[in-house]
Design a protein around this ligand. Structure first.
Ligand SMILES: [Zn+2]
Length: 461
């Protein structure tokens, strides 16, 4: 009897330790050419209502305006019962974000994205009555400068899929936003084209969910486009390979038959029902995500631990209490509270020629670096020692390794380990039929590496 009781208690505690699996189901609601896509969005929202599941509809600005001008208050209202995100103002009309941001820097690029996207954000806000909860780029047209603008818009979550930046196939903090991105095996979907393959899709979902449950919890990201349910090719092929046709020349995408569409809706319903049937699964919207995570500003380690870590490598640090980005740790070393700052705007090289820095000169450099960060809310690309300078990485390594008390400070070389979490393939990462042929954006990946100072895993509460 006692043994049985113990067995029951052990089983119960094992069950309790199994973490929650948060499923983010999102729909890129973007086709403003084929009106049947409006009905598809309505149908999806309504079916999900019946299942008691709330999804996130990332709406394109032009799509929101088209719904309004077509008098589709039914669609607007139905989507509004779910969560509303933002998916750019025009999606595929040239130039797309990565194309025009590739040649721009951090500040001017962010300002240009903000200029181009403000009307779309405002229209979605006006038409749906809420600030979008998240943003995700059209296609693979990702660019780091967008993060600065998104923070200005008051959009707290980056929700999309791509491989530009990520850690461990789970959400991360990057650029001040909670990112559900680069989710690998936790990015799932059931193919809409093959109902017979559903059992395999269920199995894949169960496997991913089991892994997360065993790890103490995590996120599964699932996405579709309402237009996929009614068309057999994407609406935006009008703009393929950089094409710039006039509105009158836009062609409608080929339609699915009614039977095919019914199958698509059925597959989605069955897939969602299956996911729901797991006790640990909870569907959440983008808006519900940030409160599930530890806040960014968590003092997860003391100064000594931070110094030890940063003297070896400049990358995020995970402790029992949470995670710190390299930027936050640099702030701790400089004696300020870790607060949200941006990475440097450029990469500087060290010109300081000697192996040692006189302590008074180094102390002045520290004060200057602190002041730069306080005033700009951004890390400096370089820190001056008189007329010579240290790169940010070398300055950080030098500061971290300095034990104080000596007349000089030994210069250390930085080790930007954080950069390994950014894609190194500027072609594949930006592959998208809408980008001009052969498009490649190494400049954007370089900017992303600079912003990796802000990168760290997001930790569930
Ligand atoms: Zn899209």
């Amino acid at each position: 009897m006692l043994r049985l009781l113990i067995a029951i208690l052990l089983a119960a505690s094992a069950l309790a330790a199994r973490g929650p699996v948060y499923v983010v189901l999102w729909f890129d609601t973007e086709d403003y050419i084929e009106p049947a896509a409006d009905d598809a969005a309505l149908r999806i929202a309504t079916e999900l209502d019946k299942l008691g599941v709330r999804a996130t509809f990332k709406v394109v600005g032009e799509k929101a305006r088209v719904l309004e001008s077509r008098g589709r208050t039914d669609v607007i209202r139905a989507l509004g019962r779910h969560d509303i995100g933002y998916h750019s103002n025009f999606h595929s009309i040239q130039p797309t974000p990565a194309l025009y941001l590739r040649g721009m820097g951090w500040l001017d690029g962010a300002a240009e994205f903000e200029r181009r996207e403000t009307p779309g954000v405002e229209d979605v806000r006006r038409i749906f009555g809420a600030t979008p909860s998240c943003y995700g780029q059209p296609g693979s047209s990702w660019a780091p400068q967008t993060f600065r603008a998104l923070r200005h818009f008051g959009i707290p979550v980056y929700l999309d899929e791509g491989d530009h930046v990520g850690i461990g196939e789970q959400p991360v903090w990057f650029g001040g936003l909670l990112n559900v991105y680069s989710m690998g095996q936790y990015q799932l979907r059931a193919s809409l084209d093959d109902e017979a393959a559903l059992p395999q899709a269920f199995e894949k979902f169960d496997h991913a969910a089991e892994q997360l449950e065993a790890k103490g919890g995590g996120v599964i990201s699932i996405y579709y486009h309402p237009t996929e349910f009614v068309t057999t090719a994407f609406w935006d092929l009008n703009f393929a390979k950089g094409a710039n046709p006039e509105r009158a020349d836009w062609k409608k995408p080929p339609r699915r038959t009614v039977e095919e569409s019914e199958r698509c809706f059925r597959i989605l319903t069955r897939y969602v029902e299956h996911a729901k049937s797991r006790p640990a699964v909870r569907f959440v919207t983008a808006r519900e995500l940030p409160p599930l995570y530890q806040s960014q500003a968590v003092r997860a380690a003391d100064r000594a631990t931070v110094a030890r870590h940063l003297s070896q490598r400049q990358t995020f640090l995970e402790t029992d209490h949470g995670a710190l980005s390299a930027a936050e740790m640099l702030e701790i070393l400089l004696g300020t509270e870790p607060a949200l700052v941006e990475g440097p705007v450029s990469r500087a090289a060290t010109t300081y020629h000697s192996e040692n820095i006189p302590r008074p000169a180094f102390d002045r450099a520290k004060t200057d670096a602190s002041d730069f960060i306080r005033v700009n809310r951004r890390l400096p690309a370089e820190v001056w020692i008189g007329s010579e300078k240290l790169s940010l990485a070398d300055f950080t390594a030098t500061l971290a390794a300095d034990t104080g008390g000596t007349p000089t400070v030994t210069v250390r070389k930085g080790n930007l380990e954080m950069e390994r979490y950014v894609s190194t393939d500027p072609r594949t990462s930006f592959q998208w039929p809408i980008h001009p042929e052969g498009f490649s954006a190494p400049e954007l990946l370089e900017l992303a590496r600079l912003q990796a100072w802000t990168l760290k895993p997001a930790r569930l509460k």
